[in-house]
Design a protein around this ligand. Structure first.
Ligand code: AMP
Length: 411
């Protein structure tokens, strides 16, 4: 008997007892919508075309059935039969941790490979064999070219965050990798959005996939969103003010540029905030350290660029702050999805200065709903928050005279 509630819907999904135990260990009592929809289909052996954003429980939705299938042929233990491709190193690490947790009771081994760290140690570890390999595309291709890995026995292939892999330019690498797996494999593709290129990829790689769709394009329930109109020059001070007013809850702050992340981190540090930064200018060891410290609650605030926006699962983040409005509206959904994971709640706060008003409109168009505005006392912007036109332009300045001033300046 597992530690799950007696009437838990998890029991009706067809999962084996050791996996139900592992689910109960994690503290879950009921499956999420995508787990209800995807697990029985995947256990049946069908391909899945899943439209699901992060925060919906999609990792367990593909990991659990994959492990069950692999456990059914113990004679093959130690050969790579499950392959999971993810766009970022951080997501690869996180997914592999889930695989290790769920797979422990089935004696299935997992390994993760990604770039930015020496390849030698990975080659050595791969020689010991594993059942599930989690990888980012570039480094896996490197291993395939060196023949330090074989995908000839892959039974289940998962493409996680496929749209992100597309955005990051990995799609050709993904195609090359998929060609090295057997054509009779089971393929599970998950993507938060479904641009044409992803539909094409799905058509190429899957046979009669079953579509599973959850929470398309909207922020997960449990997230309270707000927009603070503010002048750009006041943003740093406003972030500090907000963090201070929230007490001690862990907060993730997103900036567009690496330099802004580093600068804001320094500013907050000087103010006495426990803070670290995470962006592409830092080495992999540094990135992992920052993330681990944040995950373990040793730092309260993490200032990050988009490297941390997708897929990262850190339980208990109470606030996400968009220091800059993301220029790709899809990134907004990913960023705010870092809070209110699973059945928790959280706040997503976006700071909007005048040049970002149009980007906010694009986000609202994508989500099909406006984000409530609230001006913070003491940080009133010098522009009208509703329409985004600077209010301090004197009324007597006509468009013609503004143009003339502009010309004069250019000379
Ligand atoms: P994911 O979308 O896979 O990144 O999962 C998002 C969050 O939901 C993670 O913190 C999971 O641990 C959590 N989670 C996944 N499945 C469940 C469940 N059935 N009940 C509660 N939380 C869950």
């Amino acid at each position: 008997m597992t530690g799950l509630p007696e009437h838990s819907a998890f029991r009706g999904l067809g999962l084996a007892e050791p996996l139900l135990d592992a689910v109960a260990d994690r503290g879950y009592s009921e499956p999420t919508a995508i787990q209800v929809d995807a697990i029985p289909v995947a256990l049946d052996g069908a391909d899945i075309f899943g439209c699901a954003q992060t925060g919906t429980g999609k990792t367990a939705a593909f990991v659990l059935p994959m492990l069950q299938r692999l456990a059914e042929s113990p004679e093959h233990h130690g050969t790579i039969r499950g392959l999971i491709l993810t766009p970022t190193r951080e997501l690869a690490d996180q997914v592999e941790r889930a695989v290790a947790h769920y797979g422990a009771r089935l004696s299935l081994e997992s390994m993760v490979v990604y770039g930015g760290v020496p390849i030698g140690a990975q080659i050595k570890d791969l020689k010991f064999g594993c059942d599930v390999l989690v990888a980012t595309p570039g480094r896996l291709l490197d291993h395939l070219e060196r023949r330090t890995v074989s995908l000839a026995d892959v039974e289940v292939l998962v493409l996680d965050e496929a749209d992100r892999m597309l955005d990051m330019g990995f799609i050709d690498d993904v195609r090359k990798i998929v060609r090295q797996t057997p054509s009779d494999r089971q393929t599970l593709l998950f993507s938060a959005t479904m641009p044409d290129a992803i539909l094409g990829l799905a058509h190429e790689m899957m046979r009669d996939p079953v579509s599973v769709q959850v929470g398309f394009q909207t922020a997960a329930a449990g997230i309270t969103e707000v927009l603070h109109p503010v002048d750009y020059a006041s943003k740093q001070a406003l972030v500090y003010h907000l963090l201070d007013s929230w007490g001690t809850g862990p907060a993730l702050v997103f900036t567009r540029m690496k330099s802004t992340a580093a600068y804001l981190c320094e500013f907050l540090k000087k103010k006495g905030v426990s803070v670290d930064d995470l962006h592409g200018d830092k080495g992999q060891a540094d990135r992992t350290r920052s993330l681990t410290r944040f995950r373990e609650g040793k730092t309260r605030v993490l200032v990050a660029t988009n490297v941390a926006a997708r897929g990262l699962d850190i339980v208990g983040i109470t606030h996400v702050v968009n220091f800059d409005v993301p220029d790709d509206p899809k990134d907004y959904v990913h960023r705010v999805g870092r809070t209110a994971r699973g059945d928790q709640t959280g706040d997503a706060v976006t700071l909007m200065s005048p040049h970002e008003v149009m980007m906010v409109r694009e986000i609202e168009k994508l989500m099909n709903t406006p984000i409530p505005r609230a001006v913070v006392e003491g940080f009133e912007p010098a522009f009208s928050p509703e329409i985004g036109i600077r209010a301090e332009i004197p009324a007597d300045v006509t468009p013609r005279s503004r143009l003339a001033r502009g010309r004069r300046r250019r000379r």
